[in-house]
Write a protein that binds this ligand. Structure first.
Ligand SMILES: Nc1nc2c(ncn2[C@@H]2O[C@H](COP(=O)(O)OP(=O)(O)OP(=O)(O)O)[C@@H](O)[C@H]2O)c(=O)[nH]1
Ligand SMILES: [Mg+2]
Length: 322
């Protein structure tokens, strides 16, 4: 299914890799280590009379820690992989006339949005999927954010705010040829804590805004002229850094979908519980319960121990014979 819905060549490669088994190799490597620990503990605990090698918690801890790091790495890469294969829901926001639609047109390489020097030009949300570097962005160009009495524009502004709420990535545009306004500061406030990139547009004009004014709110700031395209590469590089796709390696092991991600999250949680159990001096029995649930989650991930729910979902989503 990932192959079918893959967008772009990187995406196709990433989807192929998932089928190719890089992921399964990585998960097996982790699983094998945890299984070895669990078996060692079980044998030692269950057969006290036999001559079985003692299990020392200090030997288990580094194995669990290393396994957690591997799973965490997979989870981090999943987010970058999503940006490459599925695309990122992105909204272009800013007060009227800062150049949002000009930016939309630059990124899409077409005259997708209407551009005029009249503030309040864009009202409807204009959508376009674009490719920037190895990223796919689902862009929405929106009405300029401001209070207005114009009933049509008000609807546009309300739609812009809605889009902003649900977007994954915000491209916050500012007119660097004018000092920041109250509307700009309001926007900056609402970008706090969000995945956001600030574009100081109109860099072809003498600057009235410095990146330092933006940085307390948004950590990535790019100076650009949407009109001339100057600064496009800087924007592209900042975006790939922000979304973690700058060193994205399509041949590396990658979780392919939300179900696999969920298994990985559960596996990681169980490992963290196992480490906490070790650290608080709980019995090895307790540690083994955590190790077992980690193994279950990872086997479910690779499909070796498909829970009934998974089987049901597979039959529900794919055209396979029962
Ligand atoms: N000098 C200069 N002018 C620009 C640049 N980008 C946009 N403009 C001009 O700024 C004006 C507004 O551009 P738009 O792209 O329509 O701005 P907007 O943010 O979409 O405006 P609304 O839709 O009204 O919210 C137009 O006259 C553009 O030609 C730039 O990089 N440099
Ligand atoms: Mg516009």
């Amino acid at each position: 299914m990932s192959m079918v819905s893959a967008q772009g060549e990187q995406a196709a490669k990433a989807a192929l890799t998932a089928l190719d088994g890089a992921l399964s190799r990585e998960i097996h490597a982790v699983t094998d280590q945890i299984v070895a620990c669990a078996a060692g503990i079980a044998a030692w605990v269950d057969y006290p009379d036999e001559d079985i090698e003692a299990v020392h918690p200090e030997n288990l801890r580094p194995v669990f820690v290393q396994a957690s790091q591997k799973l965490q790495g997979l989870l981090d890469r999943f987010d970058a992989g999503q940006a490459v294969t599925q695309g990122v829901d992105t909204v272009i926001v800013g007060r009227p006339n800062v150049g949002k639609s000009t930016l939309m047109n630059l990124l899409s390489g077409t005259e997708r949005s209407i551009v005029t020097q009249i503030p309040g030009t864009t009202r409807d949300v204009v959508e376009q999927t674009v490719r920037i570097g190895n990223l796919v962005l689902h862009l929405s160009d929106t009405a300029g954010l401001r209070g207005t009495d114009d009933p049509v524009e008000r609807i546009g502004v309300a739609r812009a705010r809605q889009r902003m709420e649900r977007a994954v990535l915000l491209l916050a545009v500012f007119d660097s040829a004018e000092p920041l306004t109250g509307e700009d500061l309001e926007l900056l406030e609402s970008c706090r804590g969000r995945l956001a990139l600030a574009v100081l547009n109109k860099s072809d004009c003498p600057p009235q805004v410095q990146p330092e004014q933006i940085l307390p709110y948004i950590s990535q700031v790019v100076c650009l002229s949407a009109q001339s395209g100057d600064g496009y590469e800087t924007l592209r590089d900042a975006l790939t850094r922000l979304l973690g796709t700058d060193h994205f390696d399509p041949s590396a092991a990658m979780l392919a979908n939300a179900r696999q991600r969920d298994c990985c999250v559960r596996g990681l949680q169980s490992l963290q519980e196992a480490i906490a159990a070790l650290d608080s001096g709980m019995t090895l029995d307790a540690v083994n319960v955590c190790a077992d649930s980690c193994i279950d989650a990872l086997l479910e991930l690779t499909g070796e121990k498909a829970a009934d729910a998974v089987v049901a979902e597979v039959f529900a989503r794919f055209c396979v014979g029962k």
